[in-house]
Ligand binder design. Structure first.
Ligand code: EPU
Length: 417
């Protein structure tokens, strides 16, 4: 079994370069099949989630060349095959092939996607969008066939500003006849990044980044060159780590605007942050003040950073609260945090954190991706040795996490036990 072993309490300084955004990359890769020609996308992180999507591309007959963080995708010889269940189950974002294959071939069959167990994660809004575009949906157990004679632009109101549904509907609509308007669309930077890619391929998408996105359908899309944005969640994770153990820890290659909510919460609890054009420098303060966090859609405090931030709040003097509003099951890290010595209770989707509590290393589990990031964060401030199991979750989303942390002075090792 592969584990991460961390010997905590080391001061971290130097620079960590943030990789391309996982949650943009996992949509850019499927989106590339909408063109009839080769596209090159750079700044794609080498993580197991992007590997899994490349496997799906290859299964579909798409030529994929990867060199470091660049990926060249040539769909000119692809076929519309039913994606095998084991591929879909590997990750949540396999569902972007629903929108992309529907948009390209007007038919797709695939099963319900996998991913972290942080809630029920229904796909009703994705399907509602496809139906509005003229598709019919046949659901047989876990399998969905979505098909249309013709896709026609429509007005679609999303009951929830869902990231996945917004992107999936954009993918299905770019080649539809006429104009599609998505209202109450999600506004996350990843959506803007996908829309920019589609536009570079010849699509006509406007309004991405606002709650109304307009897509005028085009007949054809061509190959292009594109770059994934920096990963704001990876950046935020290292900023939190910097706040706990940093001595001028530089988090480089970021878009500071994208992490504004985290910067402001860190400043509120007393962390000193130097903000540059594409970096921040974070230093641990003498002591942390308490605060309350409520997760929310962008530009609010991101749910994906709630778990690592909870670790930080265990070191604040007094009582803090963390309210999770996006996912029903995103406090699985708390039991392990308490095993390490924290005092956190969860009631009605709100964690109450009493601090400061010293943490002491023990065996903990990465129950999902960001819970894993929380365990790494906790291990870095714990006295003694922390062993984290189930680390596949962490490797799905953090490129070279071990190497990056070692390079700034952490004692962390990935080993077989
Ligand atoms: N929802 C529905 N029906 C739908 C779609 C969503 O009820 O058809 C609900 C969800 O159950 C959830 C809320 O709407 O309660 C928001 O879900 P959303 O669709 O926005 O999330 P997602 O697209 O599945 C992406 C990221 C998540 C991130 C959320 C919120 C990817 C691959 N995943 O998920 O990232 O937490 O947006 O920002 O982009 C992570 O990186 O650890 C992660 C889980």
């Amino acid at each position: 079994m592969k584990v991460l072993e961390i010997k905590g309490k080391k001061e971290l300084s130097g620079s960590i370069r943030v990789s391309g955004a996982k949650n943009a990359s996992v949509a850019l890769i499927p989106a590339a099949i909408l063109a009839d020609e080769e596209s090159t996308i750079c700044n794609i992180p080498e993580i197991t989630d992007t590997d899994a999507l490349c496997e799906i591309l290859e299964f579909l007959g798409v030529e994929v060349k990867r060199a470091s963080e660049s990926i060249v995708i040539d769909p000119s010889n692809m076929k519309n095959l039913e994606i095998k269940d084991n591929y879909c189950k590997k990750l949540r974002a396999s569902y972007y092939f629903m929108g992309a294959l529907l948009g390209k071939y007007k038919k797709v069959t695939m099963c319900f996607p996998g991913g972290c167990s942080i809630g029920k994660r229904p796909i009703n809004l994705h399907l509602k969008g496809f139906e509005a575009l003229g598709a019919t949906i046949t659901n047989n157990g876990n399998k969905y066939t979505v098909e249309a004679e013709e896709l026609k632009g429509a007005n679609i109101y999303l009951d929830i500003a869902s990231v996945g549904a917004t992107i999936n509907i954009m993918l299905a609509a770019v080649k539809a006849e006429g104009t599609t308007i998505i209202d109450n669309a999600a506004k996350e930077p990843e959506i803007v990044n996908i829309a920019t890619f589609l536009n570079s391929m010849g699509a006509k998408v406007t309004g991405a980044g606002t709650s109304t996105i307009k897509i005028r359908g085009v007949k054809e899309l061509h190959g292009c060159f594109h770059e994934a944005i920096p990963d704001r969640i990876e950046a935020g994770t290292y900023m939190i780590i910097g706040a706990l153990c940093g001595n001028r820890l530089k988090i480089d290659n970021i878009i500071p605007n994208h992490v504004e909510a985290v910067i402001s919460k860190l400043q509120e609890i007393g962390v000193e942050i130097e903000i540059g054009a594409d970096y921040v420098v974070v230093t641990k303060p003498q002591k942390f003040k308490t605060t309350n966090i409520k997760t929310s859609v962008y530009p609010g405090f991101p749910t994906d950073l709630q778990q690592p931030f909870t670790v930080l709040l265990t070191q604040a003097v007094g009582k803090s609260k963390v309210e999770e509003t996006i996912w029903e099951n995103r406090f699985m890290h708390v039991v392990y945090l308490n095993d390490l010595g924290a005092d956190v209770t969860v009631k009605n989707q709100t964690a109450t954190v009493l601090g400061p509590t010293p943490l002491t290393g023990t065996h903990v589990v990465a129950t999902d991706l960001r819970a894993g990031a929380a365990m790494v964060t906790a291990g870095l401030i714990a006295e003694g040795t922390t062993i984290i199991t189930n680390i596949d979750h962490i490797l799905r989303g953090y490129e070279n996490i071990v190497e990056k942390l070692i390079s700034v002075g952490a004692k962390i090792e990935s080993k077989e036990i």
